[in-house]
Design a protein around this ligand. Structure first.
Ligand SMILES: NC(=[NH2+])NCCC[C@H](N)C(=O)O
Ligand SMILES: [Mn+2]
Ligand SMILES: [Mn+2]
Length: 318
C-alpha cells in the first residue's frame, strides 16, 4: 500500500526544530534536559534522513529560566506564572515565525505548559488549525480548577479562554483562539474532576484508554479526526506528551500513569497523522532524563520521543 507522503501545508519539507528546555510548568527538575538528550540522540540527522531540511531554533537563547522557579502558588492559585508566560511568549513567536516562513515547527520540550505557545502560535498562522492532544492528562485545568497549581496542567484552557477571569494578567498576550470543536484528545486516563466538567460543558472530543481498548487505535484516530477535521482539509497540530505511552515503554517522565498506550499504538497515532498529509506542527514534551531509575529508562524514553517525531515526519510512509 502506498500513502501520499506529501505534506500539504509544508510542500518544501522544511522544518524548524524549536528547542524549549523549560521546566517551570511543573515541580520536577530534569524535564528542561529533554531537548539536549533528544538532540544528542541524533534527532536532527534522523529528520534530515527523511528528506526534511532542518534548522534548529533556540528561542530561549542561553538564558536559564529554570532557576527562577518556586513551588508556591500565587494569589491566582498557580505557580511561576510570570516565567511560564514569558517563556511561552518567546516560543509562540518562534513557532509562528517558522510557520509563516513555510516551515513545520517541531517543538521539543520541556514541560507541556509550552502548549500554550505552540497551539496559539499555529492558530495565529492558520485559524483553521485543529489540535490532536496525545496525553494521559487533559491539561485543561484553569487557575480556577487546578489543585496542583502546575501550569503544565493548564495550557488547553488558556488557548480557549476557559474561565478567563481567573488568569493572572501576565497571560493577557495569549490569543484565546482555539474553538472547543477543534480539539481532540487520545490516551486520557488521569483527568481531574474540574477538567471532566470542562470537557463535558464544552463538548470536547476526548478519547480515553477505554476507547482505545474498545475500538482499537486505528478507529480512535479516525473518530478523533472526524470530529475536528471532518473534511480532512485543515492543518493538524499534534501535541504529544510522551506520558500518553505506558510507563513500561516511556518511564522517564514526570507524571507517569499506568495503563497507557503501547509503544506501537503511540507511534501509530503519529504515523496516521503523517498519512493524512495535513500535519502542520508537532510538540514532543515531558521527557525527563533525570527520572529514569537506570540508564535504560532514559534511553527508552529518549528513543521513543525521537521515534514519535520521525513517525510524524513520515518515517513509516512508503
Ligand atoms: N502535562 C502534564 N503531564 N500534565 C499533568 C497534569 C496533572 C494534573 N492534572 C495537574 O493539573 O496538575
Ligand atoms: Mn501528561
Ligand atoms: Mn501533557
Amino acid at each position: 500500500m502506498t500513502t501520499s507522503s506529501q505534506y500539504k501545508f509544508v510542500p518544501n519539507k522544511n522544518a524548524s526544530i524549536i528547542l524549549a528546555p523549560f521546566s517551570g510548568g511543573q515541580p520536577k527538575n530534569g524535564v528542561e534536559l529533554g531537548p539536549e538528550y533528544i538532540m544528542e540522540a541524533g534527532f536532527k540527522q534522523q529528520v534530515e534522513e527523511l528528506g526534511w531540511n532542518t534548522e534548529v531554533v533556540e528561542p530561549l537563547g542561553k538564558t536559564n529560566y529554570n532557576d527562577l522557579q518556586s513551588d508556591i502558588k500565587d494569589k491566582f492559585g498557580v505557580k511561576n506564572a510570570e516565567v511560564v508566560s514569558s517563556v511561552c511568549h518567546k516560543i509562540h513567536d518562534a513557532v509562528k515565525d517558522a510557520a509563516q516562513d513555510g516551515r513545520l515547527p517541531v517543538t521539543i520540550g520541556g514541560d507541556h505548559s509550552i502548549g500554550t505557545a505552540t497551539v496559539s502560535g499555529m492558530l495565529e498562522h492558520n485559524p483553521n488549525t485543529c489540535v490532536l492532544w496525545i496525553d494521559a492528562h487533559a491539561d485543561i485545568n484553569s487557575p480556577a480548577t487546578t489543585d496542583s497549581g502546575n501550569l503544565h496542567g493548564c495550557p488547553m484552557s488558556f488557548v480557549m479562554g476557559i474561565h478567563k477571569e481567573s488568569y493572572p494578567p501576565c497571560f493577557d498576550w495569549v490569543p484565546q483562539n482555539l474553538k472547543p470543536s477543534k480539539i481532540a484528545y487520545i490516551g486520557l486516563r488521569d483527568v481531574d474532576k474540574g477538567e471532566k466538567q470542562i470537557l463535558k460543558e464544552y463538548d470536547i472530543a476526548a478519547f480515553s484508554m477505554y476507547h482505545v481498548d474498545k475500538y482499537g487505535i486505528g478507529k480512535v484516530v479516525e473518530m478523533a479526526l472526524d470530529k475536528i477535521n471532518p473534511k480532512r482539509d485543515c492543518p493538524i497540530h499534534l501535541s504529544y506528551d510522551v506520558d500518553a505511552i505506558d510507563p513500561s515503554f516511556v518511564p522517564a517522565t514526570g507524571t507517569r500513569v499506568q495503563g497507557g498506550l503501547t509503544l506501537r499504538e503511540g507511534l501509530f497515532i503519529a504515523e496516521d497523522v503523517a498519512a493524512t498529509g495535513l500535519l502542520s506542527s508537532v510538540d514532543i514534551v515531558e521527557t525527563n532524563p533525570l527520572l529514569g531509575e537506570h540508564e535504560n529508562h532514559v534511553l527508552d524514553t529518549v528513543s521513543a520521543a525521537c521515534a514519535i517525531g520521525r513517525c510524524a515526519l513520515g518515517e513509516s510512509l512508503l
